[in-house]
Design a binder for this molecule. Structure first.
Ligand code: ACO
Length: 324
């Protein structure tokens, strides 16, 4: 038994913040941001919009594209680092909003920008073992809420959005393999303080800055190396040559990281789904947003071989080889 992506969906908040808008807010330039990151604009949630608000329309679109009904969903795995509540988890909130069948598992997975790959790997196992016949996998974030808008080194990067896929059982391989990794020795390179358990006087000085803290150039190097290795690992697991890949669907953190991975795979950029210019870095939402963009504009077709990859805080990273 295999699992297959039956449908995809995405949703972005209405408000767009361009590099020009950021020029007026901080000491930066459109040229610097484009040159170093590839980002031109990003979507930012309104004050009243939460992560689950963004996830709901994305999930509805994925459900519709899969040709199923909300009542058919029997498992929800929701990747986010910016949840609505401490609990209930975003998966449970979404189950209730969508009108899914109560009783099936619904839970969240937190692995920063790699979250969607982690969630996809977990849901794949639920479907393969027949514990689910229709799983909803979501990546949704409101990273603008943990962005320090006075810090030009991070404020230009992060954004909000949501993407989703529906996984269904299939006799022919859909998700061929998933590969997840983490290395906590890099925990201080990219993190966001403000954890509930550290909200005590003992940690007051460290926890005051509840915003993304990053040594960007170090993250860049570790990301390029880790992603280079994990894409090789994914191809080796299925004994496939890099020439077999139809589309690279990467995490959209930085165009230069994406280009480095494409070079490693000998893939021309025409075979890479790039949305970073329009979406910025939406963390766990970035891979399903890019996947949905490629599917809806007709580039990704049924039967294509996709390589999904992501790298994020922790550090965490992963890849999935998918026959769409
Ligand atoms: N505008 C203008 N100048 C800036 C800006 C800005 N927005 N930000 C930094 N600079 C300056 C710096 O102050 C520095 O100036 P100096 O040379 O006078 O000291 C100079 O630009 C170079 O800074 P670097 O940090 O070395 O620039 P770099 O080329 O590394 O680009 C960037 C920074 C874009 C953050 C890059 O390192 C990057 O993308 N890193 C990876 C981030 C990432 O992938 N994160 C993924 C995971 S995210 C997650 O898990 C939540």
């Amino acid at each position: 038994m295999y699992s297959q992506i039956a449908g995809t969906g995405a949703h972005l908040p209405e408000k767009i913040v361009t590099n020009g808008d950021l020029e007026r807010m901080m000491d930066t330039t459109d040229a610097w941001i484009r040159d170093r990151t590839g980002i031109e604009r990003r979507h930012i949630a309104a004050d009243h919009e939460t992560t689950v608000d963004l996830a709901e329309p994305a999930a509805r679109r994925a459900i519709e594209a899969a040709g199923v009904r909300p009542e058919d969903i029997d498992c929800i795995v929701f990747a986010t680092s910016t949840p609505d509540y401490v609990f209930p988890n975003c998966g449970v909130l979404l189950q209730q909003r969508l009108g899914c069948r109560p009783g099936g598992p619904a839970f969240s997975v937190e692995a920063a920008c790699s979250g969607f790959l982690y969630a996809l790997a977990v849901a794949d196992k639920f479907v393969r073992t027949s514990d689910s016949s229709c799983a909803l996998v979501v990546g949704a974030e409101t990273f603008s809420r943990i962005t320090d808008w006075s810090d030009r080194s991070t404020a230009i990067l992060f954004a909000d959005g949501a993407g989703a896929v529906v996984l269904r059982p299939a006799e022919r391989p859909g998700i061929l393999s998933t590969h997840l990794h983490a290395d906590g020795s890099y925990k201080d390179m990219l993190y966001c303080p403000g954890g509930v358990s550290r909200d005590t006087p003992a940690f007051a000085s460290e926890e005051r800055r509840k915003a993304i803290t990053m040594t960007g150039n170090e993250v860049f190097k570790v990301a390029v190396t880790s992603l280079g290795k994990v894409v090789d690992e994914a191809l080796a697991a299925s004994r496939l040559d890099r020439s077999a890949i139809d589309w690279l669907v990467p995490h959209q953190a930085n165009i230069r990281i994406i280009q480095a991975t494409a070079r490693k795979l000998d893939l021309p950029m025409e075979r890479v789904i790039v949305t970073v210019q329009d979406h910025g870095n939406t963390s766990a939402a970035s891979v399903p947003l890019a996947l949905d963009a490629g599917v809806r504009d007709g580039r990704i077709k049924r039967g294509d071989l996709l390589l999904l990859e992501a790298f994020g805080g922790g550090v965490t990273w992963g890849a999935a080889l998918v026959r769409y």
